[in-house]
Design a protein around this ligand. Sequence first.
Ligand code: NDP
Length: 400
Amino acid sequence: MAKALIIGAGGVSSVVVNKCCQTPDVFHEICIASRTVAKCEAIKNKLPKTSTKVSTAFLDADNSQMVIDLIESFKPDIVINVALPYQDLTIMDACLATGVDYLDTANYEPTDTAKFEYSWQWAYRDRFKNAGITALLGSGFDPGVTGVFCAYAQKHYFDEIHSIDILDANAGDHGYPFATNFNPEINIREITANGRYFENGNWIETDPLAIKKVYDFPQIGPKNIYLLYHEELESLAINIKGVKRIRFWMTFSDNYINHLRVLENVGMTSIEPITYEGKEIIPLQFLKAILPDPASLGPRTKGKTNIGCIIQGTKNGEPLSYYVYNVCDHQECYAEVGSQAISYTTGVPAMIGAMMILKGIWKKAGVYNVEEFDPDPFMEALNNCGLPWHEAFAPALVED
Ligand code: NDP
């Protein structure tokens, strides 16, 4: 029986809270803390009947001392950070100061530059080790489950893994001309950055969205996929020993790409501050303010997501290709927890990661990415907690 402090009250947080409350034997008490306390209250008030005790608190997680004060008064066993990547380090500092385990779903980002790298958080390894506490990084879907899928393939099926293609398809339709499925600022920073993939020990950079293919997804059908850089590539290139190539692909409709190009061309996706009527604003943050709130897309989004990994390598000297993926239905997620599938596929693995630490299964002092732990209990929990996975041998490959 444990207590969890859940920081952030957006789309992902709402799913984490619902899933913790569905698992009261592990999460006997939770506190939802965020910058806008009314959003914490709204999540709490929509919860179905649960034996998990739920409270809310105001928290500005940019202020490490405020996080420390809340940890000292609530006394959680774990902090689940589902605020924004900008808060990762202040929250990790607070966990170190109070000796509490830490989990997040996205790597730290400085506000003024889009980097997508783990260097800042990996620099905390010795401090977490010396403090005897665990930090689990990137326990969402991608990063998160995709890393667990790779570790599972490595453990059970392959002697050598040569290539990994991570495929993230969202065939959901929310009916708006343009909206993002999770935090627009983070999402657009990711998509407008240069593409990058790992090959033979080198990182190959491309212009944004420059490489496009078509892939015929199980349960979804053929979709345009674009090569992006995604943060799990960095840790997988190190942790999946011997891998020669790793690429990440995401689907976008032509409509989405057209809107994005126009917004980019007129400067609306920039993170450089500009002065408007005497006030400094960041165009991308202004754009976020006028786009639909991702947490509001739940009731409108129909269709499915399919996220998984195609892995190629050898077993007993023979070539082997393997596809492991999850398919999630937006409307089924909404019926269960009141959120669309992007928030659902992120929030469920965050709860599972926390459960792995709290049960002592993934409890190890230091800072770790998900693929560094035994994948089996996590894979079992995915099947039991709403994200069942499928596997196929000799699947269609992403064409070269
Ligand atoms: P939202 O924008 O919906 O929610 C973010 C929440 O964090 C909001 O409640 C916001 O408060 C709160 N917040 C922001 N700044 C602070 C602060 N200084 N102190 C306290 N709370 C703060 O985002 P999502 O729920 O869509 O995403 C949450 C996280 O999940 C992000 O880091 C995102 O990158 C990550 N993610 C990971 C995925 C994965 O598969 N690994 C996939 C999708 C998302 P307010 O409402 O006041 O703004």
